[in-house]
Design a protein around this ligand. Sequence first.
Ligand code: M6R
Length: 688
Amino acid sequence: MCGIFAYLNYNVARERRYILEVLFNGLRRLEYRGYDSAGIAIDADLRPPVTNEKKSDYGSGEEEMLPPYDSLPPLVFRQEGKIESLVRSVYFEVDAMDLNLEQSFPVHAGIAHTRWATHGVPSPRNSHPQSSDAWNEFLVVHNGIITNYEVLKETLVRHGFTFESETDTEVIPKLAKFVFDKAREEGEQTVTFSQVVTEVMRQLEGAFALIFKSAHYPNELIACTRGSTLILGVKELIDDKIRGKLFHDVKDLTKDEKPKELFFSSDLCAIVEHTKKYLAIEDNEVVHIKDGCVSILKFDYGKEKPASVQRALSVLEMEVEQIKKGNYDHFMQKEIHEQPHSLTTTMRGRLKDNSVVLGGLKEHLKTIRHSRRIIFIGCGTSYNAALAARPLFEELSGIPVTMELASDLQDRQGPIYREDTAVFVSQSGETADTLLALEYALANGALCVGVTNTVGSTLARKTHCGIHINAGCEIGVASTKAYTSQIVAMAMMALAIGADRISTQARRQAIVDDLSNLPYKISEVLKLDGEMRDLAESLIDTQSLLVFGRGYNYATALEGALKVKEVALMHSEGMLAGEMKHGPLALVDETLPIIVIATRDGCFSKQQSVIQQLHARKGRLIVMCSEGDASSVRPVESCKVIEVPQVADCLQPVINIIPLQLLAYHLTVQRGYDVDQPRNLAKSVTTQ
Ligand code: M6R
């Protein structure tokens, strides 16, 4: 899981300093995807092309000193640590090299990368761009994983290549050089950049998004993807309404000389500040930018030559504010407090005349209703969101619902049938475990439904149908607003599936009413912020925290504990309260803090009994209950009680998670840890 970014300016002069800042800024936007090392590649000073005549002179011993192409080698900067440490080191090196930051380039292609280490420790050597050789003939930034890199490496080593890094990525630029050299040796002087990349792609296995820069093809860039999200952003630089037509189509970009800026990015967050016109590049597409024109080739294993394809550009519905912290100290804090708004956008246009309309599912509801089983599949927070929605699905659809952690389903190769509906839940839409499970379910013939926050993501593209949760860009690694929007999106899905049942009409109506009021109730529960800050202060030195929930709020217990462990770096376990007496009770003493979720629902009296049992063993209790219930849940006056607004039982998890998100946030700040980029984690996990 890494972030890749590229910037190409065409027919518009940009200074080196400007180009660097665009690349750094792109990386800053993508930093949440990985932040242990980073790198960029830009062009060196221009120099006159080397003539053939001169080249022959080089035969007398000088060839060692000159690159095998007519320009200076591209400059590559790589650094361990966060983006700012790369920025500092680049400016330091640029200064030391006496490189002119004001030098202007009418055309320039730069690439950039932020890394979450999988193969090899974080170090400059293992950072990207990875290079083909000392002259940087081919440079590559990569997100994803190359599963057959060992075989490729062995072959390349046999052909004389030496490897410097421990990465899987390094085989890619070296393979590109191998393909290029071989074509030249065979007399093909005109081998194109896209021919080289297509041949490389043919050899690669795994899931990847790649951007190539090559000294042999100056001012060109190539990006391609297989199973990993990759976006092309297009910015026009003249008023085309006056001068001609606007770019709506890639076709318009294949033959014009107009000044423009083009971007490649792992996600939309890094391009929204430049342009709203974008294209989600599809699997096996090779997008080539040359002379300011964009061409797309579709790679097909069966065919020798890739076919040229035309695609329409989409318009991004995202505002720049979404990717900025505004007045908040951290993205996680902003995203927690944004939830009244994010939930409003999740529901916007979908609650109509007391019913639910989900455009992406309309055509498939009948098939879902007839399925033998619904399987929810996801990882981490997304799995928890599905778990929270499960009881409502069972109740309104009458269909058995099973839960699968995506990695476990893969490990077991659990049975999936044509009669199943598999619902894949993923904020990013690019989690490798979830995508592999999706491939598996597709291969087994199940109807595959996606629930995602990321338009154009691999999940959105590969599922048969689905719902965009529309929570807006989530940048904090700890998922908060996406979690509540996922639950609400799935609650709406359950309502839509159950809409043909007369017997549940009143129940559905009550849920729809509470959905409409949910943003307001969230604003109310957010007022607990100060109280949760104080609670965090009282827990700051504890080693561990347990959270007990059941029914609708079993998921809340798991998710609350996940938040605490991932950002506050404190051991924390969410447990099913019904299991307490089967083991966990042994842990209870006067020091271990235990949060019991006991809001009003069908499990309330059972949770009251859990509280009594924990109290009898002198447990250090913190109880979450519905407003007005404090006296009926508090075993002793000294017991801390968190009172939350009450809503329909199936929506209560959306309310109940908020105090726990706030608690995790404040614990992290008070313990002095990094809130938005927790240790060892990154936002989307694109490796298994
Ligand atoms: O993008 P996804 O929802 O597929 O990501 C799955 C998990 O990696 C993710 O939910 C993770 O558990 C959260 N970032 C934790 O807050």
